[in-house]
Design a protein around this ligand. Structure first.
Ligand code: OAD
Length: 362
């Protein structure tokens, strides 16, 4: 749990900076105070709508669904001691979680929008899915507190392992080994029992400088990340957008709780800021099906248009066939004129080398 007392603020106590404890008042605060230093602290809940399960949700979370891996404790899948003994469960899970298969959510695009507005001081994430980067948030704005799948090393000699080979291994759910010492390769994800990256500690003072803190999609169960919101200065509004109340959020006068789905919460926030259209446009850019969708939504052709297209297609086909025939005839003439023997012709590869795309039967 966060290391802050979690007595909820009484409704009768007025906020100190905000006009009210709601998201519309936070939007107003952003405009009036020209907020430029927002820190975000997020977890797996911001990626669930992309199709990646979180860890601790009772039925849908990863820990509740690891029975097929037959682990003593579900958390063991991320335990460095257990990994040394048996890396297979981790690689079975990595196969499911590996980046590249998922589209960023509207929350990831909201973080990008904050960056584009020049308001993002730092984005602290516990997620290993790299979806913030995929949404266009620059790497230097992101602290991947629990590491990521972006690179991988040998756990013994620390040798870097090539990305492409890693993709191949993970795709086949195989365990990669170091080319130098045959040690186990592990993505640079922070396992239980390992230190967080130095970038986390180097930037740990930033929450104290922030003029707004937004916490989303995390149970704040894992330290030291869980203590980040408590490092924000008193009098600085903190917004929690999450399915449930967590940590000490809600215990300060200017804490605002937006409990429920975080995509919906972020949309409401964007609407209050007048950014809804910009946000939707940014999110649309992350849609990999943009092209095919545009084709799908193109208006149906009329009968005349279809006929016209068919005639064009047939004309092209005839032209292409004639072109091939002429080239073929030219080539045969050349061969005949040079008095090449059929045997020499066959040895030179027949016409296959002239028209390599033609499948010639010998
Ligand atoms: P958790 O699974 O512990 O918490 C996710 C939180 O997000 C919960 O409070 C959910 O209720 C909430 N949530 C889920 N879906 C949501 C949605 N669509 N909208 C709003 N809220 C939603 O995940 P983390 O807090 O990220 O460590 O877990 C922290 C660390 O524990 C992880 O980084 C991982 C794990 O062990 C490592 O991998 C090393």
């Amino acid at each position: 749990m966060g290391n802050e007392e979690s007595t909820m603020m009484d409704d009768t106590i007025a906020p100190s900076v905000l006009e009210a404890r709601n998201i519309e008042a936070v939007a107003k605060y952003i405009k009036v105070y020209d907020v430029k230093k927002v820190v975000l602290m997020v977890g797996a809940g911001i990626s669930t709508s992309a199709g990646i399960p979180d860890f601790r949700s009772p039925d849908t979370g990863i820990y509740a669904n690891l029975a097929f891996l037959d682990l003593p404790e579900p958390e063991d899948v991320f335990d460095i001691g257990f990994f040394r003994e048996n890396p297979k469960p981790f690689y079975a899970l990595a196969h499911e979680l590996y980046p590249g298969r998922y589209r960023p959510t509207i929350v990831h695009s909201f973080i990008r929008l904050l960056y584009e507005k020049g308001m993002l001081l730092k984005h602290f994430t516990q997620n290993i899915d790299c979806l913030e980067r995929q949404a266009g948030v620059p790497g230097d704005k992101i602290i991947e507190a629990h590491g990521s799948f972006a690179s991988q090393h040998c756990i013994d000699c620390k040798e870097l392992y090539p990305d492409e080979e890693m993709h191949e291994k993970v795709a086949k759910s195989e365990v990669p080994h170091c080319h130098k010492c045959n040690g186990l390769i592990k993505p640079d994800i922070v396992f239980f029992g390992e230190a967080l990256p130095s970038s986390f500690f180097d930037n740990r003072d930033l929450p104290a400088e922030a003029d707004l803190c937004i916490v989303m999609g995390t149970s704040l169960q894992v330290q030291p990340f869980a203590s980040l919101p408590s490092l924000c200065s008193e009098g600085v509004p903190r917004v929690l957008i999450n399915k449930e109340q967590v940590g000490g959020l809600g215990s300060r006068k200017d804490d605002v709780l937006l409990l429920g789905d975080c995509d919906a919460g972020v949309l409401r926030f964007a609407r209050a800021l007048g950014w809804e259209e910009e946000l939707e446009a940014l999110w649309e850019k992350t849609n990999p099906d943009l092209q095919s969708r545009a084709e799908e939504t193109a208006p149906p052709q009329t009968r005349d248009e279809r006929l016209h297209d068919e005639v064009e297609r047939l004309t092209e086909e005839v032209d292409r066939t004639l072109g091939l025939t002429e080239a073929y005839q030219r080539k045969v003439h050349e061969k005949l004129e040079s008095h090449e023997s059929p045997e020499a012709h066959r040895q030179s590869g027949g016409l296959g080398h002239v028209f390599p795309h033609l499948k010639l039967s010998h």
